[in-house]
Design a protein around this ligand. Structure first.
Ligand code: HEM
Ligand SMILES: N/C(=N/c1cccc(CO[C@@H]2CCNC2)c1)c1cccs1
Length: 362
């Protein structure tokens, strides 16, 4: 049965007290405070320390994430007093500048006010803060990122107009409760991008591909102690394969593999020449090479899997279960050559955690 706010609050406080070694008296006092607040106002407020701990543990509990080794180093920005669009935009520019850090990317999350009686005070409508537009063409093709086609139409319906290139950065779209959505163009200096070049295949460099430095997921909600933070954008750095094996490679994304194969003069007439596999590896090598050249932090899928194995050992040493979703923890390039492939995981869902929003909640 779904648990009440008070039950979830109690459960979270016990976790917090245990892991932060709270003295018994402090635990009892805080518990009393929460009980009274929930009784009087139907909700309660997390302390800054509880909020930061909750966001970090939500990352630690994200069983599809290969990057969890660094869960303790998440920088938490408390924006729970912010309910207006302009301030949100300013704080999100600050978040991007802090996270980018001239390429030495730092993991961070900005947490806006929690839902009150099912209402979100301030909504962020983007999937990711920085993402490329997709312009549907009359012939049915898409210029740019097809995954952004519907959001691009939505932005245009609000009056936004892109330049019309394959790599136009979409605006931030936020919505105050009870108001229409508003959009803001990101200042150039918060949108670090990386041109994709290949160390010895000039044909790949000539394709003119690029990607952005900082992935910031903005469409999941954060659950801490029974509270629902519907606007809590978080960033890490990329694993190269996300860009090279999915975003630029998927047919329903930038579909670059045929172009890469042609640039490499591969025989694409038969599957069995493994032209797609050869093109895939070179595109991924180009991504890792380009981010390193640009001084932008990225992790290769082999190192990321080894880091996750290290995370597993640490969790075991603390007597915590090692939960994971194997189907997501294996990378889309050469999965069986990486550490996570040869391990098994318990796909348990603990809280605090991050969750998808339903269509109605978007
Ligand atoms: C620091 C570097 C990080 C790396 C390299 C990393 C890597 C990844 C990768 C490769 C995925 C799979 C994405 C996909 O296949 O589309 C993933 C999923 C995920 N990561 Fe991480 N991550 C990092 C940091 C973070 C942080 C800071 C958070 C939150 C605080 C986080 C939360 C998640 C969540 C919730 C998912 C699942 C998303 C979904 O179900 O759609 N990660 N991560
Ligand atoms: N490297 C990353 N990769 C992702 C992490 C979570 C989600 C995603 C994108 O998820 C989309 C929805 C399902 N696949 C694509 C990518 C991070 C983004 C934010 C913090 S780390």
């Amino acid at each position: 049965a779904p648990s009440t706010l008070l039950q979830e609050a109690e459960q979270f406080l016990q976790l917090y007290a245990k892991e932060q070694e709270l003295p018994k008296a402090a635990y009892q006092d805080r518990r009393e405070e929460i009980v009274e607040s929930v009784a009087a106002q139907g909700t309660y407020e997390l302390t800054k320390a509880e909020l930061a701990f909750g966001a970090r543990v939500a990352w630690r509990n994200s069983i599809r994430c290969i990057g969890r080794l660094y869960w303790k180093s998440l920088h938490v920005f408390d924006a729970r007093q912010v309910t207006d669009a302009e301030t949100a935009f300013r704080l999100l520019c600050d978040h991007l500048r802090f996270a980018t850090n001239e390429g030495n990317i730092r993991s961070a999350i900005t947490i806006f006010p929690p839902d009150v009686e099912g209402r979100t005070p301030l909504k962020i409508l983007n999937h990711q803060l920085i993402r490329y537009a997709g312009y549907a063409q009359p012939d049915g093709s898409v210029l740019g990122d097809p995954a952004s086609a519907s959001f691009t139409r939505f932005c245009e319906s609000l009056g936004w107009q892109g330049k019309g290139t394959a790599f136009d950065v979409l605006p931030l779209v936020v919505q105050e409760a009870g108001r229409p959505p508003v959009w803001f163009e990101w200042p150039k200096e918060v949108c670090l991008e990386v041109p994709i070049t290949h160390p010895d295949q000039p044909g790949i460099t000539a394709l003119g591909l690029k990607w952005y430095a900082v992935p910031v997921i903005a469409d999941m909600w954060l659950s801490i102690g029974g509270l629902r933070f519907s606007a809590a954008p978080f960033n890490g750095w990329y694993m190269g394969a996300e860009i090279g094996a999915r975003n630029l490679a998927d047919q329903q994304r930038y579909n670059a593999l045929p172009k890469v194969a042609e640039a490499m003069n591969l025989d694409t007439s038969r599957n069995a020449t493994l032209w797609k596999d050869r093109a895939l590896v070179e595109l991924n090598a180009a991504v890792l090479h380009s981010y390193a050249q640009a001084g932008v932090k990225v992790v290769d899928h082999h190192s990321a899997a080894e880091q996750h194995a290290h995370f597993e050992r640490i969790e075991q040493s603390h007597g915590r279960p090692v939960n994971g979703d194997w189907t997501w923890l294996i990378p889309p390039v050469s999965p069986a050559t990486t550490a996570t492939f040869h391990r098994t995981y318990n796909a348990a869902e603990l809280k605090p955690n991050f969750f998808y929003k339903s269509a109605a909640e978007k």
